[in-house]
Ligand binder design. Structure first.
Ligand SMILES: [Zn+2]
Length: 324
C-alpha cells in the first residue's frame, strides 16, 4: 500500500519526507496500458514514476491549498509529461510520447535532445482570489554550464534552490510496481540571528549538520528505495540521528490515484468550442469523442447531447456542479 512519512531532525532545522507509492502508481500504469495508446516505454514509465513521487513529496512539503502541477516539456520523443497532486494528496499523471524511445534511453535523449527541454512547477490555488493567477516557476534541464542533467532529482533540486532558496536533497526511483522518493530540506531560520530554537548552534555547525545529513541521504541507492520498506530505509540512513517522526499517511489518507475529469467538464469544453464547430465535428464524425488522458475515461457527445449543451441556460436541467 502507498504511504508517506514526514520527520524532523531533532534540534536541527532540517526536515524529511519519504514516499512509497505502490497501488496508486500501479493504477496509473494499468489505466495507461488499457488505453488506446498502450503501456509506456520503460524509460518513460520510470521517469513519470519519479515525477509522481517528487510531486507527492513537494506537495506534502509545502502543503499548498490547491494543485501542484509538475510538467516536463521535452524536445525529444517524450513531448510532455504531467503530474498533478492535490492538497489531499490525490494525484494523476500522464505522458505524451511521439516516436521511438530506446529501451535504455537516458533523460537527455528523451526530453532534452536539443537542449530546449523545460521543467515547470505550477501552483494552482483551489480558491483563487479575484484576479489571482497560478504561480509558475520554470527551470531548464541543464546545469549552469549548460550540460544536460541526467536525473530528474537534479532538475528539482535546482528548482528548489532557485525558487524557494532552500537547500534540498532528493533521491527518486521508479519501476513498474513502485514510485518512491526521499526529500531532505533545510528549513529557513526564524528571524535573523535567532538561533535559540535551533539548539543554539552556530551557522557553521548548522552547515555541517546539514551537509552530513545530505551526504547520508544521497547514499541511498535506487534499488534500496524500490525494494526496502520505509522503516528499514530510515534506520539504514539515519540510525545515528535523532528523528522526530510524525504520524504516517497510510490507507485512506495516503497519496492515491484520482481523476478530476467529468462529463460536465467536457461539456464546458465543447461549449467553449462553439456551436458551429461542434456541429461540424458531429456532421463529419457522428459524435464528439473525448478520452481523458489521465484515467482513460471516454466521453461521447452525439447530436442530441450537443443540442442539450447549446440550449439556452434557462432550459437546461440544474447541474450538480457549479458552472464557472
Ligand atoms: Zn480522467
Amino acid at each position: 500500500m502507498s504511504e508517506l512519512h514526514t520527520f524532523l531532525f531533532e534540534g536541527l532545522p532540517v526536515r524529511g519526507v519519504v514516499v512509497r507509492l505502490t497501488d496508486a502508481w500501479v493504477e496509473i500504469l494499468k489505466r495507461r496500458a488499457a488505453s488506446s495508446t498502450g503501456a509506456y516505454p520503460e524509460p518513460v514509465q520510470n521517469l513519470l514514476g519519479e515525477m509522481v513521487a517528487a510531486g507527492a513529496l513537494m506537495q506534502s512539503n509545502i502543503k499548498f491549498n490547491g494543485a501542484l502541477i509538475l510538467q516536463i516539456f521535452g524536445d525529444g520523443p517524450l513531448k510532455l509529461s504531467v503530474v498533478e497532486v492535490k492538497s489531499d494528496l490525490s494525484l494523476r499523471a500522464t505522458a505524451t510520447v511521439r516516436g521511438e524511445v530506446a529501451a535504455d534511453a537516458v533523460l537527455p535523449e528523451m526530453i532534452n535532445a536539443q537542449g530546449l527541454g523545460r521543467c515547470a512547477i505550477t501552483l494552482d490555488p483551489h480558491n483563487p482570489m479575484p484576479g489571482q493567477q497560478p504561480y509558475q516557476g520554470v527551470v531548464p534541464l541543464s546545469d549552469a554550464d549548460e550540460q544536460p542533467l541526467t536525473r530528474l532529482s537534479e532538475v528539482l533540486q535546482n528548482y528548489m534552490r532557485l525558487s524557494e532558496q532552500l537547500e534540498t536533497t532528493l533521491v527518486l526511483a521508479a519501476n513498474d510496481q513502485v514510485a518512491a522518493g526521499l526529500l531532505i530540506q533545510r528549513l529557513p531560520l526564524e528571524g535573523k540571528g535567532n538561533l535559540a530554537g535551533q539548539g543554539a548552534h552556530s551557522v557553521e555547525e548548522l552547515n555541517e549538520h546539514y551537509n552530513r545529513i545530505a551526504v547520508l541521504a544521497s547514499s541511498l541507492k535506487r534499488e534500496e528505495l524500490l525494494t526496502l520498506d520505509v522503516e528499514t530505509i530510515l534506520h539504514r540512513l539515519f540510525w545515528e540521528e535523532q528523528l522526530q517522526r510524525f504520524a504516517p499517511l497510510t490507507g485512506e489518507s495516503a497519496p492515491r490515484f484520482a481523476c478530476t475529469c467529468s462529463r460536465e467538464r467536457v461539456s464546458r469544453m465543447i461549449q467553449k468550442l462553439g456551436e458551429p464547430e461542434a456541429k461540424d465535428i458531429i456532421a463529419e464524425m457522428g459524435a464528439i469523442s473525448v478520452d481523458c488522458e489521465f484515467c482513460g475515461a471516454q466521453y461521447r457527445f452525439d447530436a442530441i447531447d450537443a443540442a442539450q449543451i447549446f440550449k439556452p441556460l434557462d432550459e437546461q436541467p440544474p447541474s450538480s456542479e457549479a458552472v464557472q
